[in-house]
Ligand binder design. Structure first.
Ligand code: PMV
Length: 347
């Protein structure tokens, strides 16, 4: 007998891609495989309360963001529900109340779609588990990742920690286009406590949404070469992760970030998503690295903000450098100290 009502709450983190997902096919299938660090501090907490309805009717839900009703988020959530209802047959029998909040400021230029869709997907699978009881943990995580992907592709990498691979790739036979998995190979201690200090260069709305960006990879003159390059970089990363080769790690990660932006600059229409301060920061990181030989590098999302990546072993020096030289390039001096995390958890 299904319960008449209940409530579940999950906290899911954001993630930062090392090999970027850029370009997709139908049903949120990625054009190339990617790999990411799961983050810790940047997270979304979502509660879903469910109440049984009379009979079966179209999906109905109320949405509250940071305590207030949020009508403008509803179309995106409705699209998500339309895509996932066939995988969650119970959903039409309940009215859902979704309450969500982010650990990071809204309009900080940090996308909440990965953590937000992951947290919502986890709540829904958890309700299904409550109704159906038996569900092995592997299946639970895979289904949550599968559903999160249908909300926002990269969200499928925000279920587990700490290094996640998504997208069919011959080097990992168990990999899938449909969900993310824990990176299955050996990862050297050097990568275990990595830090990601996010420099908020530009806090406004993104100039180009990621769905528009992904679509620009259709008929893109360099698309096929780029998709192959992602596979090649995953090949190279296997040894890099195993041996703790930070020099080669930096080469791959920075090249991936700049390639993502190069794809945007060479699409039609074309975009420059970096700001002058983004370039100033990148140059200062390169100068600092040349002078100190410390393994501090950057990566970028599809925007102007810079993620500064460094291992635990250089934490003090990196933070000093960031405060002395980089924070001046952030909007209102704002930045977020994050690090690799263990994945989502139930509250
Ligand atoms: O998940 P989406 O559709 O918002 O796309 C995210 C794409 C990048 O963040 C730019 C790269 C990635 O792999 O996360």
């Amino acid at each position: 007998q299904f319960p008449a009502e209940g409530k579940v709450t999950w906290k899911a983190p954001s993630n930062i891609a090392l090999v970027k997902y850029w370009g997709k096919r139908a049903n949120q299938v990625p054009a190339n495989p990617s790999v990411s660090f799961t983050l810790d501090a940047c997270a979304t907490t979502t509660s879903v309360s469910f109440t049984r309805k009379e009979g079966v009717s179209p999906i109905s839900f109320d949405l509250f963001f940071e305590g207030s009703p949020k009508e403008d988020f509803k179309p995106k959530i409705q699209t998500f529900f339309d895509r996932i209802e066939e995988y969650l047959p119970f959903i039409k029998q309940y009215h859902l109340k979704i309450e969500t909040s982010n650990s990071f400021p809204h309009s900080s230029g940090i996308a909440s779609s990965a953590s937000g869709m992951a947290a919502l997907a986890l709540c829904l699978v958890d309700i299904e588990r409550e109704l159906n009881s038996e569900m092995p943990q592997v299946f639970f995580n895979r289904k949550a990742s599968f559903l999160a992907r249908l909300g926002s592709g990269s969200a499928c990498r925000s279920i587990e920690g700490d290094l996640i691979q998504w997208g069919a790739y011959k080097g990992i036979p168990e990999s899938s286009d449909l969900y993310g998995i824990k990176y299955p190979f050996k990862v050297h201690q050097a990568f275990k406590n990595f830090h990601d200090t996010i420099l908020l260069v530009h806090k406004g709305q993104k100039q180009v949404s990621s769905s528009v960006g992904h679509n620009l990879m259709h008929n893109h003159p360099y698309a096929d070469r780029r998709f192959n390059q992602a596979h090649e970089n995953l090949d190279k990363l296997k040894d890099v992760f195993e041996q703790g080769d930070l020099t080669e790690f930096i080469n791959i990660v920075e090249s991936e970030a700049l390639t993502l932006h190069a794809m945007m600059m060479t699409s039609m229409p074309y975009f420059i998503l970096m700001k002058p301060d983004t370039l100033e920061i990148i140059n200062k990181i390169w100068d600092y690295r040349a002078a100190t030989k410390l393994p501090i590098c950057f990566t970028l999302d599809a925007g102007a903000n810079v993620h500064v990546l460094y291992p635990e072993s250089v934490k003090e020096k990196a933070i000093q450098f960031i405060k002395d030289e980089l924070v001046a390039h952030c909007e209102n001096g704002h930045y977020i100290c994050d690090r690799i995390g263990a994945g989502a958890r139930r509250l």
